[in-house]
Design a binder for this molecule. Structure first.
Ligand code: ADP
Length: 655
């Protein structure tokens, strides 16, 4: 924790030093404010001049204003002089404390903000560079919490710590030192309650901490469940899960309330208990103190406080300090909470930061081209997401530059996984994925990924304008290029018809666009990006027939001149591809052209026949006993009632 803070405070360390110095000065000034009243009381009651190092001259300045009548022998200063001096000192100390406290709070906040901004930016950047394999093992809510509340806890420790921790410790030591300098016996007596106070503070602090931690944990769960439910609100409605989810959520909220109540009631007991303990010490000080100050000797066993060894003025200082004793103790105890949550926050952040990131730009010694031809080879590839559970085994496949290969197979057979290995979203367990003859691990990730475009089942649009969204893969594209890409993707007319055209805003996740429009925007993106390798992972799976045909037209333009790997469950649309590869349980089970596979009567032919059973045209044709192979050449999609092979659990698996 200390090292983490030290590292992240780089650039602000001098400011921390200034804040410490200001705090020191402020505590000192604050402690001195108990003295002016003592001076006045001692002067008025005991005819005693203030004893100040180098203070005599200062008091003398005010002496001229008062009369020397009634002064006892040995008195140097007039009463009015002392009163005026004490009042002036009081005001000066007050102003100084205020000023120092402003500077200290401001610097603490400034440093805290700098620190949290630095940690947050660093952590976010790191998260972005962590590999997908890592992300698939972590919940988004948990990561967001690390970015938000965990960072806030650390910030709080620095802002509060600089103020409360330091001021607390300094005040406590200062009070103790000044009291001791007056009368050590009396100081010990007045401190009798401190162990009790300490016990109350520590035990309550511990219990309150445990209770608030529990409340915070349940609070996190409440947040998680709410995020999950609201994200899946469509599914919740579709399955009429409102009641069930509300019950689940309600249960959690009840536990949260209980935990919050427990923390709150402990907190409520804590303050009065402390007040009682402080009252006991005040009674001791007032009782014994006045007894001694009025000329009596106090003895308790071997413990003796000599008569008149205390003045009434000194008593007021003790009382003022005893009152001040509790606040720093309390602040320190609160700070223990803050420190422990900041500690666990820092640990959670460091855990993430310790994970090795993908190195995007750097492969030592890479001097090859930045634009590739797009010749893809899978050579004996084995891969899985979890140890001991291979998803792909012994995969060998070559897709020559400019060729189109379709991956088909049942859901879960590993099609998407194979596609994800090309841009190296994951690293193979064994074997190699090569592009243009070179292992993908030999390319800088930036080069590799620049050469691969993906159009997925659901395309995500980012916040910004339509123009920004199309140009996302090539921010330097000119307006003319963006419009040309949109035209080719058959989306230009739709954009042009919008009130703000290309400047129309895209709302959160692209909610203000239909699925088909989002897909065509994604295709426009890919056209503009113009990478040699194109991966199409069922880009029309979630679309209706009309939207699908528009998207297919756009895809027709997109695929020209590229190496294409398309994953499709609409088998009858695959007549135009160069080769069809059938995956089964992570192995290549069959390959060949559409006609070959259909003829061979293997898995593909069976899948195809299965789909045909539900094709109304075919069913009708079968009734009239005509046969035909017309679907083999069509690029146009099947009617939407075709069995959605491979589309069944994808959403679940991918999320
Ligand atoms: P397909 O594209 O053929 O439907 P996938 O490649 O998506 O199949 O999935 C193959 C297998 O890998 C499935 O068993 C799936 O559950 C698993 N899988 C896919 N993605 C992940 C992931 N991120 N983490 C763990 N397992 C995954």
């Amino acid at each position: 924790m200390r090292r983490f803070l030290y590292r992240n405070l780089e650039g602000n360390r001098l400011l921390v030093g200034v804040a410490v110095a200001l705090t020191l000065a402020q505590v000192f000034a604050d402690l001195l404010t108990a003295f002016p009243l003592k001076w006045i009381l001692d002067k008025v009651v005991n005819h005693q001049d203030p004893t100040l190092p180098m203070g005599n001259g200062l008091v003398s300045v005010f002496d001229q204003l008062g009369s020397r009548d009634g002064l006892q022998p040995g008195e140097q200063h007039t009463q009015l002089g002392v009163i005026l001096f004490a009042s002036t000192t009081f005001i000066a100390l007050g102003l100084l404390t205020a000023l120092l406290s402003y500077g200290q709070l401001f610097i603490a906040t400034f440093v805290g903000q700098n620190l949290s901004a630095k940690i947050r930016t660093g952590l976010f950047g790191h998260l972005q560079r962590l590999p997908l394999a890592w992300h698939s093992r972590h919940r988004v809510g948990d990561l967001v919490q690390r970015l938000t509340s965990n960072v806030a806890d650390i910030e709080k420790l620095v802002t509060d710590g600089l103020v409360d921790l330091l001021a607390g410790i300094l005040t406590l030591t200062g009070i103790f030192a000044i009291m001791l300098s007056f009368n050590w016996q009396f100081t010990l007596l007045s401190m009798v309650v401190v162990p009790g106070l300490f016990f109350v503070v520590v035990s309550y602090t511990r219990n309150i901490k445990a209770a608030t931690k529990r409340a915070a944990k349940i609070g996190g769960q409440v947040g998680d469940v709410a995020t999950e439910d609201l994200t899946a609100i469509t599914e919740v409605k579709a399955f009429t899960l409102e009641e069930r989810e509300a019950r689940h959520f309600g249960g959690l909220v009840r536990s949260q309330r209980q935990a919050g109540l427990r923390a709150g009631s402990l907190q409520a007991e804590f303050t009065p208990l402390v007040l009682v303990v402080v009252a006991i010490s005040n009674v001791t000080v007032i009782g014994v103190g006045s007894f001694v100050a009025t000329g009596h000797t106090f003895s308790l066993g071997p413990f003796t406080i000599a008569a008149n060894s205390l003045t009434i003025g000194t008593l007021t200082v003790y009382l003022a300090y005893l009152k001040q004793l509790y606040q720093p103790m309390r602040n320190l105890s609160k700070l223990m909470n803050v420190a422990s949550s900041a500690g666990s926050g820092a640990e959670r952040i460091e855990q993430v930061l310790a994970e090795p990131t993908e190195v995007v730009d750097d492969v030592v010694g890479y001097t090859g081209p930045r634009r590739l031809h797009g010749d893809i080879t899978f050579s004996d590839v084995a891969f899985g997401y979890r140890e001991g559970q291979p998803v792909l085994t012994g995969v060998n496949l070559r897709v020559a530059a400019g060729k189109r290969v379709a991956l088909v197979g049942l859901s879960g057979s590993g099609k998407t996984t194979m596609a994800k290995l090309i841009p190296r979203f994951y690293d193979v367990w064994s074997g190699e994925v090569r592009i243009d003859g070179l292992d993908t691990r030999s390319y800088p990730l930036a080069v590799l990924r620049d050469n691969v475009s993906l159009v997925l089942q659901d395309s995500v649009l980012f916040e910004g304008t339509i123009r920004d969204n199309i140009a996302i893969g090539r921010p330097d594209a000119s307006d003319a290029e963006i419009v040309a890409a949109a035209r080719q993707a058959h989306i230009h007319d739709t954009i042009a018809a919008m009130p703000d055209g290309y400047d129309s805003p895209v709302r959160e996740g692209g909610k203000n666009f239909s699925g088909g429009q989002r897909q065509r925007l994604a295709i426009a993106r890919a056209i503009l990006r113009d990478s040699p390798i194109l991966i199409l992972d069922e880009p029309t799976a979630n679309l209706d027939v009309e939207a699908e045909s528009e998207v297919m037209h756009a895809i027709d333009t997109l695929i020209v001149g590229r190496t294409v790997l398309m994953i499709s469950h609409r088998l009858s649309t695959l007549g135009h591809v160069d080769e069809i590869v059938v995956l089964q349980d992570g192995r290549i089970a069959e390959r060949g052209t559409y006609a070959e596979l259909k003829r061979s009567g293997g898995i593909f032919a069976r899948l195809l026949a299965e789909q045909h059973r539900y094709n109304a045209d075919v069913a009708e044709a079968a009734v009239s006993e005509t046969t035909g192979d017309s679907d083999a050449t069509a690029l146009m999609p099947m009617p939407s009632n075709v069995t959605a092979l491979g589309n069944g659990h994808r959403r679940g698996a991918a999320s």
